[in-house]
Design a protein around this ligand. Sequence first.
Ligand code: V47
Length: 367
Amino acid sequence: MRKRPVKKKNDHLKHVTYKIQHDVRLTKEEGLKLLEIKNPDELLEIKELADHVRKKKTGETVYFASTLFLYPTNLCELSCPFCSFYAKPGWKKAWFSTPLDIEKKIRSFPSDTFNEVHIVGGLWRECDLNYYQELFTRIKGIDEKIHIKALTAVEYDFLAKLHGISIENVLEKMISWGLGSLPGGGAEILDEEIRPKLAPGKITSDEFLNIHKIAHKIGLRSNISMLFNHVETNEHIMNHLQMIRDCQDETKGFKTFIPLKFGEEDNALGRQKKRLNKKNVPLIFGVARLFLDNIKHIKALWNYLGVYEALEILDWGANDLSSTNHEEKVIDMAGGYKINMDREMMGKLILHKKRIPQYAHSGELPC
Ligand code: V47
């Protein structure tokens, strides 16, 4: 009888497993080697390790929210090649909503259908601090309990420059009008080789993180995202994760890491199919779970990933299934998955994974 070949265990995986079991941090180089793994048995080991870390950090609970997305305008001074959302004056797809328009929209949603509002938009002078003061005041006038998660670091930088005041000053004003937390958008890839090509004219990686640091210092909590599956390399991904981990060591202000899978429809980058460098999506979540030892939550967005893949990713380190995503537009305009998701369905999906659904808005998530 032929002897079955004895599989030699990958030495790197052995080493990583030892480190994870002994709560020793992975280095960027170790993360990079994991991202290069292709062997299915070895991928399964990474999945199991990431799942082990997820269980240790947050147990069987899977968080979800019901978010009402509000976009004051998609008019934007920038023209990022990955973005399907932005418009210029005169374009058919351009819109601008007044604070009153937005108030009417919120009032048209029964109050039990959302527990947070997520507000972002283009860089546009008409959306200045007076605009946000009126908007936030109107929202809190509807119900003081609505959690306002609003504006990316890129927009805070724009507002500070527009009014000639400090970031701290802008954030403090916004808090006084009702700001609850910062969403994770605008990070793209925090790597100065690729970021200026992906987002010409956008603030640098250091400037971006510095705004989050200021927000954390004055007591705000924020999320942090990563736009992937386009032209980035594994090195860019690891540099991004390293910058986030270093920032979190300093401030402990990030709640959730959100990998955003690139949507290719209706944007300049998506049209350059040959340049796109497709990745193993669950593996990116798994390596992020192993590397980001100081961030508690990892969010899988079903409208970016597809429901099936988002549920699969709950086994690769994610512990948050995002939200019902009412009125979401950024990924919708880039070809995202559109489903009439409600709170009940989200709970059922999580139970189907034999996990425990926990309904919570961004401000309620434990750090
Ligand atoms: O900043 C833009 C990204 C972000 C595309 O914090 C794209 O809870 C994929 O940050 N394909 C906005 N992604 C979304 C975001 C977010 C979403 C849900 C929850 C939270 C949270 C944050 O979407 C942008 C940009 O990085 N994006 N265009 C695209 N074509």
